[in-house]
Design a protein around this ligand. Structure first.
Ligand code: AMP
Length: 287
């Protein structure tokens, strides 16, 4: 197993990446908030495959949490995370403190317009501003050739891709598929907040998305009809409180009445104290 470094400061991670780059290494960055699971590991594996030098950032970013949200209680099992990273072949874990990333009041923010108005953006004002800003900071700190994100957070991936394009950031964005439990539940650090019964109910989220895919495959194109059926399925799980069910175009994340081309079906629910999101991309062809 190769040696893994843990960098707590911007200066130290920059020095490590600079040395790797001077040896001609292609650098990959996997931004995470830690509490790593197989979903994160799949991103790291993709990075190890495509890059010669892999940095995983572990940073619970305060500016992307909702006021009164779970920032304080968000799991931070750093020791386990480091073990996972080491086994997965990571070269550097960048695990800064909030003070390191935000040493003074932050006055410069990245706002990606339009794409952040729907889906989670409607319910989490400021969330994507925090996400885009911290990713811009991480890209400036690490200067990766490629950064890896999960399809699980579809709107996040759309927003980051657009930020990189609009601001000419010299980084390639790779989006990796969502990793699920055998019952379909998408892996998430927030699943830890669920009881066993709530986890069973949470599997209805993917069931509703599968139903959406089946309906589109069967030629149903009216979004309202599809969403009504998805709602019916989610309502079968007593613990689920639906936040939104949306069908949007996959690039601009705008709601569509009539399904055509590649669409994103996305669901957000609350179960107990957890907020869970999931989505699928469906190619509806030219309907
Ligand atoms: P997080 O630690 O929740 O901020 O997630 C870090 C990265 O891992 C993001 O790009 C997520 O989209 C991705 N990710 C989280 N869960 C999964 C999953 N189940 N499958 C694939 N990627 C995931």
């Amino acid at each position: 197993m190769r040696k893994m470094e843990v960098a707590k400061t911007i200066e130290s991670v920059r020095t490590l990446v600079k040395a790797a780059r001077s040896r001609g290494k292609k650098t990959g960055l996997v931004p995470t908030m830690g509490a790593l699971h197989i979903g994160h590991i799949s991103l790291i594996e993709a990075a190890v495959k495509k890059c010669d030098f892999v940095v995983v950032s572990i940073f619970v970013n305060p500016t992307q949490f909702d006021p009164g949200g779970d920032f304080e209680k968000y799991p931070r099992p750093l020791k386990d995370d480091l073990e996972i990273c080491k086994k997965a072949g990571v070269d550097v874990v960048f695990a800064p403190t909030p003070q390191e990333i935000y040493p003074q009041q932050n006055l410069t923010w990245v706002n990606v317009e339009k794409l952040t108005e729907q889906l989670c953006g409607r319910f989490r004002p400021g969330h994507f501003r925090g996400v885009a800003t911290v990713c811009a900071k991480l890209f400036n700190i690490v200067k990766p050739d490629i950064a890896f994100f999960g399809q699980k957070d579809a709107q996040q991936a759309i927003v980051i891709k657009r930020m990189v394009a609009d601001l000419n950031m010299p980084v390639e964005i790779v989006v990796c598929p969502t990793i699920r439990q055998p019952d379909g539940l998408a892996l998430s650090s927030r699943n830890q907040y669920l009881t066993e019964q709530q986890k069973k109910d949470a599997a209805y989220v993917y069931k509703s998305l599968q139903e959406c895919r089946e309906m589109i495959d069967a030629g149903i194109t009216d979004s309202k009809t599809i969403i009504a059926k998805m709602r019916e399925i989610l309502n079968q799980a007593s613990a689920i409180k639906i936040e939104y069910i949306s069908i949007v175009d996959a690039e601009m994340a705008q709601p569509i009445d009539h399904v055509a081309g590649t669409v994103l079906a996305a669901v957000a629910v609350r179960i107990g104290s957890a907020r869970l999101i999931d989505n699928i991309l469906v190619d509806a062809g030219r309907q």
